[in-house]
Design a protein around this ligand. Structure first.
Ligand SMILES: [Zn+2]
Length: 961
């Protein structure tokens, strides 16, 4: 048996080995007995041919945070020392660190992994497997567990427990462990976010002084901007499990989906003064999770609680832990895996002093995660066969005729945005969801659209058809259904909590479905569509090259990649134009937003055709070869004003302390993912001292505050010709400055009527005229209609202010609302008339006459005639807010998720995206974060347009002599 390292030595090691390098120059800390943790984690009999982790690490395991390099080194060492391990690298992080899945089982099981996979596959598709076959498979299959840790890089204890677990299961001589490995394959994913953990480990090194620190507010425990939680691009990997935007998630999901684990655990940490949370969650629970999965979660947690009781450790289940959003690691629950969340109170190293006066040491927190791991694996060994039986029953039930999924099909309407459609299909196929294409157009009865309108409609040929009746019905429904359900009692609890405490019981956004996030027009049909469809294949499209006998070359502006095409060609020195009105040049139809390169703009560029082709390949776009500049009919010609010359963007992103690292990261990621062009991140604290003339586009991601010095510097820069783009809280800051024409709703209530008239003017500008002859009367008319004639009695400023304050309480935590798009504006190239907007607690913008409301909240439709006459009988319609609703119109706001009526009233008719000129430059403001989680591809397009087309379209051009 290995000689245990005494607690006193541990404390000594802690102080000495961690100290900064010239320890002898520093004063030795005094001894703190509270930091000794007596209990041993690894106390069994272990095979001596495996090197003990303490030796590899150079400190007792669990004493300190092991770095990703140390964890990898341990795995590599053990891999060569036992036949119980099989190590698979499933991905590389952005910073090049490997992500490993460590399979631990008996050598016999590890030798037949392919056979096991084949059986798992058969058990997952009742269309191909009979009950008798399933029963044999269940008898033969080992249990499969997927144990994953520390997806948030600064929640470190999980990975140290993972390392402890790998050694324990790989080296234990205990007959019980050996028997377990005969029955089970344990897959350990020890560091789910190596880049974040490495960043946090560096900050631990940086803030380490001589004495141990037990103050959870210290920099040692908290780290600093951008913190260790997220990955390289500051993405929260635990929100990415169906958006699949990051390499870590993509590789991981592919492997999890292949192995279909029965048990999945996800080891996190929470507030430092908390205790320990283990599953199961409380309401709201997503309706698409099978009841058997929920039943098993309860059973496992009882066993886990008993293991903690035995040690005298405090814990709880439920409380704040709800399970409505399906994008956590628990996405696998919808595929039939039972999922358990661990949340250990967070401490970096050393320990944390608690209100009761004790210190919980880091090593104890690692021990909690290790004991949880062992308890869950023991439960799985007990219940595996019964769980497989439930799994099989449920796989069959979703395919049955009376299943809630049997008569439902999602349709994504055909369009020219191939890049975005392919992205959608790729995400669905990654989850084993079967996607088809309509071979012919067809009539669909009772089709429901994103606005909730149900009618008979024609589905065009080429639309995506996704019948819900398929083996992954539950996950498919969870990520595609337009409006996730919730229990009435949960709605009541939420509203009461808001009123009592101003707090929400929701932990995440309340809307997330992929077609709304992606801004793709979609329908839900109440039938199982099977006729005239064929499986989707990405390789259907043939690419057309640029030919040297053309006078101009264009790409389709509906495709998101057209923006990258323009940006990358400009970076290569090519002059590029964009068309702001659809045209027909010879045989080629060019939609609004199409990007065009003409030979005359690039007379001196000998490589022009080669550069166009190279860029087309990079962006997977087909070239439209143009032979004439003459517009068919009255469509625009190539020498007219609709062919706008672009200016190469030179981009700065304001970053660092005070900014939201999530929003900075996702903006940075979007540039690197969707455009791949050069840009700089700038230090937010030094903007006033930065030479901003190098940039013609400045992006201000959401920030907690914007200093006056920064605002002043940015204002003068815009006046000189810059394009300023602001998000969410930065928008709030800029909109509250005098120089911005766009205002916050809170600041205009005194002048409400003026802003309402501006709104009515914009709405009327889109209305068709009823009786054109009325406009040609020879005499002055007495009954000319003014937009305020039908307006309800205006509310007083006091009433508006009272309402505004009350309504603020009900602002959403992330609901989908309908965006009303100005389809003539250059910022909306590639965007449909109605764009779903993810809306949260963000600034509510109101636009005066001298600024542009590019996307506003709420889509109008005509009221039915009968209803209209009924309304007309009323003496007076009721005022709602600063705006008036035309009498014959309805305004649709909520599309999906929890949006209280008070909030809908507050945000209706406000602007999501605005543009205003200032001096030679412009300010473009998003009221929210346009690239939330890398998945709001609809609003992401607006940002790409702003960045790439902004300098050419919205500012005064500058001729270089
Ligand atoms: Zn976490």
């Amino acid at each position: 048996m290995r000689k245990p390292i005494s607690a006193a030595v541990c404390a000594g090691l802690l102080a000495l080995s961690i100290g900064v390098s010239h320890a002898s120059l520093l004063m030795k800390p005094t001894y703190n007995a509270d930091l000794d943790y007596q209990s041993q984690m690894l106390s069994g009999n272990y095979n001596k041919s495996l090197t003990h982790p303490d030796e590899i690490l150079g400190f007792p395991i669990g004493q300190r945070v092991a770095t990703p390099a140390q964890i990898n080194q341990s795995i590599q060492t053990w891999q060569t020392q036992t036949d119980r391990l099989h190590v698979l690298e499933y991905a590389r992080s952005h910073e090049g660190r490997p992500l490993h899945a460590v399979f631990i089982s008996s050598p016999a099981n590890l030798a037949k992994m392919d056979d096991i996979l084949a059986k798992l596959n058969a058990l997952s598709d009742p269309r191909k497997t009979s009950d008798a076959q399933a029963s044999v498979i269940i008898d033969e299959l080992p249990a499969i567990a997927w144990m994953a840790y520390s997806i948030h890089g600064n929640e470190t204890s999980g990975s140290d427990a993972a390392l402890t677990s790998i050694y324990h299961y790989a080296a234990s001589d205990d007959p019980k462990v050996k028997a377990m490995l005969e029955d089970m394959i344990i897959v350990i994913d020890p560091i789910m976010n190596p880049d974040g953990r490495d960043r946090f480990a560096k900050s631990l090194e940086q803030y380490r002084g001589t004495a141990p620190n037990v103050d959870d507010q210290s920099l040692l425990h908290r780290g600093d901007w951008p913190y260790g939680r997220t990955n390289h691009y500051f993405f929260d990997l635990n929100r990415d499990f169906f958006y699949l935007t990051q390499p870590e998630t993509k590789g991981r999901v592919s492997l999890i989906n292949k192995w279909r684990p029965q048990l999945m655990i996800d080891g996190h940490e929470m507030g430092p003064q908390d205790t320990y949370l283990m599953g199961p969650p409380r309401q709201p629970l997503n309706f698409n999770i099978a009841s058997s999965v929920q039943k098993w979660a309860k059973t496992f947690s009882v066993d886990q609680g008993a293991a903690f009781d035995e040690k005298g450790w405090r814990y709880y289940t439920g409380e704040w832990f709800e399970n409505w959003y399906p994008g956590y690691s628990n996405y696998a629950e919808y595929r039939g895996s039972m999922h358990i969340l661990y949340e250990q109170s967070r401490m970096a190293e050393d320990g944390v002093r608690r209100p009761e006066g004790t210190i919980q040491t880091y090593k104890e927190s690692v021990h909690h995660q290790f004991v949880s791991t062992m308890a869950n694996l023991e439960s799985l060994q007990k219940y595996s066969k019964d769980m497989y039986k439930d799994y099989w029953r449920d796989r069959k039930s979703v395919l049955e005729k009376d299943s809630p999924y049997a008569n439902k099909t999602y349709v994504v309407l055909a369009n020219n945005n191939h890049t975005r459609m392919n992205t959608l299909v790729e995400k669905l196929q990654a989850q084993d969801i079967e996607v088809y294409v309509a071979d012919e157009k067809f009539k669909a009865k009772d089709a429901t659209d994103h606005l909730g309108k149900t009618q008979t409609t024609t589905v065009p040929k080429g639309s995506l058809i996704i019948p819900n009746r398929q083996p992954e019905a539950r996950l498919l429904s969870a990520i595609m259904e337009f409006d996730a359900q919730i229990l009435p009692e949960t709605v009541q609890e939420e509203r009461q909590k808001l009123l009592r405490e101003g707090q929400s019981i929701m932990y995440d956004t309340s809307a997330w479905n992929l077609t709304m996030m992606y801004g793709l027009e979609a329908l839900t049909l109440p039938t199982n569509v099977t006729d005239d469809i064929s499986l989707y294949s990405a390789s259907d499209k043939t690419q057309v090259d640029a030919s040297s006998d053309s006078i101009a070359w264009a790409v389709n502006g509906d495709d998101d990649a057209s923006v990258a095409f323009a940006a990358r060609l400009m970076e290569r020195g090519v002059q590029v134009r964009v068309i702001d009105k659809a045209t027909q040049l010879g045989d080629e139809t060019l939609v609004r937003g199409s990007v065009i390169v003409t030979i005359t703009d690039n007379v001196n560029n000998a490589n022009l055709v080669a550069l166009i082709n190279e860029t087309a390949v990079e962006t997977s776009l087909s070239i439209q070869n143009i032979k004439t500049g003459y517009g068919t009919g009255d469509t625009p010609e190539w020498g007219g004003d609709h062919f706008k010359l672009l200016t190469q963007p030179q981009i700065g992103i304001i970053s660092q302390a005070g900014t939201s690292s999530n929003d900075v990261g996702v903006t940075w990621w979007s540039l690197d993912t969707h455009l791949g062009i050069r840009h700089s991140q700038l230090d937010s604290s030094a903007i006033a001292r930065t030479d901003l003339r190098r940039y013609n586009v400045l992006i201000m991601p959401s920030a907690w505050s914007v200093s006056d010095a920064t605002a002043d510097a940015v204002k003068s820069w815009v006046e000189q010709g810059g394009t300023l783009i602001t998000h969410e809280n930065s928008t709030q800051a800029i909109a509250s400055k005098d120089f911005s024409k766009v205002k916050l709703v809170d600041d205009i209530l005194e002048d409400a009527e003026k802003y309402d008239i501006a709104l009515q003017r914009r709405l009327l500008a889109r209305e068709p005229l009823e009786e054109v002859n009325d406009y040609f009367a020879m005499t002055v008319q007495e009954d000319v209609a003014y937009p305020w004639d039908d307006a309800p009695k205006r509310l007083s400023k006091e009433e508006l202010e009272k309402r505004n304050t009350w309504q603020k309480l009900f602002m959403p935590a992330g609901a989908m609302v309908s965006g009303n798009v100005d389809t003539q504006h250059w910022l909306t190239f590639g965007t449909p008339e109605t764009l779903p907007l993810l809306y949260g607690r963000q600034p509510v913008l109101v636009v005066p006459e001298n600024a542009e409301a590019v996307v506003t909240v709420g889509v109008y439709s005509d009221k039915e005639k009968a209803k209209r006459s009924k309304d007309d009988d009323k003496d007076e319609t009721k005022g709602i807010g600063w705006y008036s609703l035309p009498q014959d119109k309805k305004l649709h706001v909520r599309m999906s998720g929890l949006l209280w009526p008070e909030a809908a009233q507050r945000i209706a008719n406000s602007a999501y995206l605005t543009r205003e000129s200032m001096g030679n430059g412009q300010i473009i403001m998003f009221s929210g974060e346009p690239v939330f989680r890398g998945a709001t591809l609809g609003t992401n397009r607006l940002l790409l347009n702003a960045i790439v087309f902004g300098p050419g379209m919205g500012t005064r051009s500058n001729i270089k002599l």
